[in-house]
Design a protein around this ligand. Structure first.
Ligand code: UDP
Length: 329
């Protein structure tokens, strides 16, 4: 199929685009390069554009006879969304509504949307199933929930077929070593810990060790970025117009911040000094997926099932690209 990938120069978007290409699809990346990387995109396949500009999106959809959209482009930092909600409402809500209207005007009605565990807020039951009430506790999660609702309404009224894939914590890098995670500034746990191993930072600060978890640190479900990508391809095969899928994507297994640091020590062989810092606002204590619905509906399950295997792929990327994509310049 011919697929437009918004945010295809970013982390999850670029990995999924490579998998689309390997599977024989024609993928066109639509990216503003505000946070994405030109080097992450196959040459000749980048459309530099902004989702605020409906005419630009329509031109891309029509020129390349696009049949489906993978929508990754978004801001995705919880803390930043608390401090600057305007950015999140504009970029994640207004721009996405613009995209949906451009699709409608171009008769494209299939979309796979990057949703998030942050739409659940602080759920009472772990592991989290899709029918847990979605009560986001930060603007980031709320902007993603707004779009889930919009997609439901567009499916009913305009016959859109959609999948809202609720990612848990994306981690790791392509085993090819060609693409990986590169944020500036970096705020995610695994890349930061690996930067300590590389000697680029002195220590890792653990954001709170007084949570009600066995070792006091937050627990997350880290899922390999290529496993997320594979779920998108399976969802594409199963999209039905007028219907939606809302699916958790995680491994069903949680790791604490301390366990992640330990795994990074084992994989890298470096000691990785740590300090205890204060809690980060907006952080729920524990998020673990029940991904059995994705397993049933998509016949999907993660190929990476242990944290060390995930960290090994991340370490392979970071030690060969200590300055991210700039290492290749
Ligand atoms: N974390 C931490 N120190 C850091 C960065 C993250 O202790 O320097 C913790 C954070 O509080 C959370 C977990 O690591 O519990 C994962 O955070 P990340 O930002 O990677 O992903 P998020 O869960 O926010 O999507």
């Amino acid at each position: 199929m011919k697929v437009l990938v918004t945010g295809g120069a970013g982390y999850v978007g670029s990995h999924t685009t490579k998998l689309l290409e390997q599977a024989g699809h024609e993928a066109w990346v639509f990216d503003s390069l505000v946070t994405g990387h030109r080097q992450a995109v196959t040459p000749g396949r980048l459309i530099e554009g902004h989702l605020g500009d409906r005419a630009e999106i329509q031109a891309a959809l029509q020129e390349h006879q696009i049949e489906a959209v993978f929508h990754f482009a978004a801001f995705a930092l919880v803390g930043e969304s608390v401090a600057q909600p305007d950015l999140y409402y504009q970029n994640n809500v207004v721009c996405t509504l613009n995209l949906l209207e451009a699709m409608r005007a171009s008769n494209v009605n299939r979309i796979i949307f990057s949703s998030t565990t942050a739409t659940y807020g602080e759920p009472d039951t772990i592991p989290i199933t899709e029918d847990v009430r979605q009560e986001p506790i930060n603007p980031y999660g709320f902007t993603k929930l707004v779009i889930e609702r919009a997609l439901e309404d567009y499916a009913r009224a305009y016959g859109f077929g959609y999948a809202a894939l609720r990612y848990f914590n994306a981690a790791g890098a392509s085993p090819s070593g060609e693409i990986g995670e590169d944020h500036d500034p970096e705020s995610h746990l695994i890349p930061i810990v690996l930067q300590v191993a590389l000697g680029q930072r002195e220590q890792i600060s653990i954001f709170g060790d007084d949570y009600a978890t066995p070792d006091g640190t937050c627990i997350r479900d880290y899922v390999h970025v290529d496993d997320l990508g594979r779920a998108h391809l399976k969802a594409l095969d199963r999209l039905e117009t007028g219907e939606g899928m809302r699916l958790n994507l995680g491994t069903g297994r949680g790791n604490s911040v301390r366990e992640i640091i330990e795994a990074c020590r084992r994989v890298t062989g470096h000691s990785i000094p740590e300090v205890i810092g204060s809690r980060r606002p907006g952080d729920p204590s524990e998020l673990i997926a029940d991904a059995s619905l994705a397993n049933r509906v998509l016949d999907w399950q993660p190929e990476y099932t242990d944290i060390e295997g995930i960290v090994e792929t991340a370490w392979n990327w970071h030690r060969h690209h200590p300055r991210g994509y700039a290492s290749r310049a």
